[in-house]
Design a protein around this ligand. Structure first.
Ligand code: ADP
Ligand code: MG
Length: 436
């Protein structure tokens, strides 16, 4: 594997898979013409070229700097057009640091809601008084909920104040460690990590069952903490739940402040999408934003993938992005997300929400609230699963598919005429899809 391929693979770990497959995968590194000053990649067409140029070339440059200690220009050129001057990215005149912070991971770009308020407030206060309030801060929560974003927001603030900030994942820390052991330069490793003002370590769960690195990490941690340097850590679970983590590390991690991040509520998701649209210069109507917010479940990372997919498709096909277009583009995504939703799960959720028993929904009871619940359940089962009308008729104990189609018609009318009901259905959809 050449150095360019290696860097692109590192990039792959940091970006939505769909972006990688659609764009980055098609880049070809020129091993002959690239030098220690310029890395040259070929793009197959203008779409890929512009996309990477706008979004990823500075990131690629950073990766060269951090992983290969090479400070160079990154040139993305159309195949056979190596002299394209316009796409050259200038070396930034920034103080050299070891951190790889994404400059758009700021507090301003972080949307706050009930789900992440506590983590946000904690990190924000620590960024105002590093080393003085809670040390370490340990943020935990599921994939794509904004842990890295939040920790880097603090990093960006402090780095802009001239502090030395190191951001690393446990994996990179481990690789760095191994390289220094191999080169017999452990003092340099220790010096590097112990000289920083702020240490951000991402994905602590990867320390699990790795004793050697836990030992080294413990000493780094103690050294920094001892002189009041701020440490921020993230993981996908609470320190207590990380298997194979030394007791002394676990208790150190819990010593400062442990805060969790929960999946975002609908309003927070909407705010996040609006913000991402602004950053990515994608214009979407309120309808579409609302639709996307209900489609994506909890992983916010999917939003970027969806926006880039919409943008790319609309450019390729020369059409505006409207709701129907959005629905078509996201069909695969929906099916993937909802593949494991069953009629039982949906019925149970509807029953719970309306405070009745699932068996009652499937019974022949004709009271007003049962009929209402049954209609909603049928509608959602039709929307969220691949079951046919006869299958639904059988499940809900109805005579045949005409009864189902009658129910669907009634619900669609209600959705169109009653705004409150429409919101209720959206909330339920959201609840069901995010619990699966
Ligand atoms: P994690 O580290 O928890 O897996 P990330 O911090 O990488 O998640 O977030 C994934 C993506 O979602 C990033 O693009 C991030 O900017 C975005 N994101 C997550 N939460 C929010 C939020 N509350 N506001 C704005 N963007 C968010
Ligand atoms: Mg992360």
């Amino acid at each position: 594997m050449n150095i360019g391929q290696k860097i692109l693979l590192l990039l792959k770990e940091e970006i939505p898979e769909i972006e990688y497959n659609r764009y980055i995968k098609h880049l070809v590194y020129d091993t002959k013409k690239s030098t220690n000053d310029t890395a040259i990649f070929y793009a197959p067409n203008n779409l890929v070229l512009n996309w990477i140029k706008n979004r990823y070339s500075s990131k690629i440059r950073h990766l060269f700097e951090v992983h290969e200690s090479l400070i160079l220009n990154v040139k993305i050129v159309l195949k056979n057009q190596i002299e394209d001057k316009k796409v050259e990215i200038k070396k930034e005149q920034k103080p050299q640091q070891h951190s790889l912070l994404n400059p758009s991971h700021t507090f301003e770009n972080f949307m706050v809601g009930g789900s992440n308020q506590f983590a946000y407030a904690t990190i924000k206060s620590v960024s105002e008084k590093p080393g003085e309030l809670y040390n370490p801060v340990f943020i935990y929560g599921g994939v794509g909920l904004g842990k890295t974003h939040l920790m880097q927001a603090a990093g960006n603030v402090l780095q802009n104040q001239g502090k030395i900030v190191i951001y690393t994942t446990v994996e990179q820390f481990l690789n760095d460690f191994i390289r220094h052991v191999r080169n017999k330069t452990m003092e340099r490793f220790q010096e590097k990590y112990r000289k920083c003002d702020v240490l951000l370590i991402d994905d602590i769960q990867f320390l699990s069952n790795k004793e050697g690195i836990q030992e080294e990490f413990f000493h780094t941690f103690e050294a920094l903490k001892g002189i009041g340097k701020q440490i921020i850590l993230t993981a996908d679970k609470h320190p207590k739940k990380i298997a194979g983590l030394e007791k002394r590390l676990q208790s150190r991690f819990e010593h400062g402040l442990v805060a969790d991040i929960q999946p975002p509520e609908l309003e927070t998701k909407i705010a996040i999408i609006e913000n991402k649209c602004k950053i990515n210069k994608v214009i979407l109507t309120k309808d579409i934003i609302h639709y996307i917010a209900t489609v994506i479940e909890s992983n916010v990372r999917e939003i970027e993938g969806i926006l880039s997919k919409l943008h790319a498709y609309s450019q390729l096909m020369h059409v505006d992005i409207d709701l129907q277009f959005t629905k078509n583009v996201l069909k695969d995504q929906l099916q993937e997300n909802r593949a494991n939703l069953t009629l039982d799960i949906i019925t149970q959720n509807v029953a719970k929400d309306l405070n009745i028993k699932p068996s009652e929904i499937r019974s022949k009871g004709r009271s007003k609230n049962l009929v209402y619940a049954r209609r909603i359940a049928i509608y959602l089962c039709r929307e969220l699963t691949q079951n046919t009308m006869p299958q639904l008729a059988q499940y809900f104990g109805m005579q045949d598919h005409t009864a189902i189609s009658h129910t669907l018609k009634k619900i669609n009318e209600l959705i169109q005429n009653d705004e409150d009901f429409k919101v209720k259905i959206e909330e339920l959809t959201n609840k069901i899809t995010s619990s699966s």
